[in-house]
Design a protein around this ligand. Structure first.
Ligand code: C5P
Length: 236
């Protein structure tokens, strides 16, 4: 997928009405919309169809993590919804990731659609070395991110989600066609919130991001469309 406008707006709102209102308001200034667990669980697959019907690309962020057969079927369902990106957990292992990528390709071919970009999530940014240790992983988040990223690429994934501060290190070790999608973007204009390790949109693109996931700096702004346009302007 060629990246024209790299801004993905997170539709982190609880209802379909709010999501569609936001999507329609900012669509001309952004590249895609992210639908996550909150909205999908309350509004169902119908919200994906409605956002797609506006002509916008959709990133379905449900972070699948299950046995390979189940993940393959979930990816097939998402592919038939005509999403352009979706997430799976790389800690589901090589076989699960292979099954997900294969399912995306095969389902899309059968349905006459473009295969979605299956993105691997490595280590959640809510984890630190201590929490990794608690769940039995080596207590080194940086090393674990690189290990899982390497496994994801070997399993055939074409993209990863990573924190802005991981982009530069991953770009050193990953083949260049791998797309990196990063949340944790802040412009400096917004109120402080729970994102601790952030980069500006321009810094993240310079570090090697392919796509920027941006939530509150756009949807919580007084004028979301103007906020999105300003961010887009800062990238050129
Ligand atoms: O509002 P904000 O810009 O922080 O939104 C970022 C979006 O990216 C949210 O949907 C959040 O769940 C998601 N995300 C994140 N950090 C991660 C993975 C996903 O902020 N490590």
């Amino acid at each position: 997928m060629a990246v024209k406008n790299p801004i993905i707006v997170a539709l982190d709102v609880p209802t379909a009405e709010q999501a569609l209102q936001l999507a329609k308001a900012v669509a001309p200034a952004v590249g895609a919309f992210k639908i996550g667990s909150e909205l999908f669980t309350s509004a169902g697959p119908d919200i994906v169809k409605k956002v797609r019907a506006t002509g916008a690309a959709v990133f379905l962020d449900l972070k699948f993590h299950d046995i390979p057969n189940t993940v393959a079927k979930a990816v097939a369902s998402a592919t038939r919804l005509d999403v352009q990106m979706l997430t799976i957990h790389t800690s589901g292992g090589r076989e699960m990731m292979r099954a997900a990528e294969k399912s995306a390709q095969e389902t899309a071919a059968q349905a006459g659609l473009n295969a979605p970009l299956v993105l691997g999530v490595t280590v959640l940014t809510s984890h630190d070395n201590a929490t990794l240790s608690e769940i039995g992983f080596p207590p080194d988040t940086g090393r674990q991110v690189e290990r899982l990223a390497d496994l994801a690429v070997k399993a055939g994934l074409r993209g990863l989600v990573c924190s802005p501060l991981e982009i530069a290190a991953l770009r050193q070790v990953l083949p260049s066609p791998v797309q990196l999608v990063t949340p944790g973007i802040r412009t400096g204009a917004e109120k402080a919130d729970d994102q601790k390790r952030t980069l500006s949109p321009r810094e993240a693109m310079t570090a090697g991001a392919s796509w920027l996931v941006i939530g509150r700096p756009i949807y919580a702004a007084e004028d979301p469309r103007a906020a999105a346009e300003k961010i887009l302007g800062s990238l050129s």
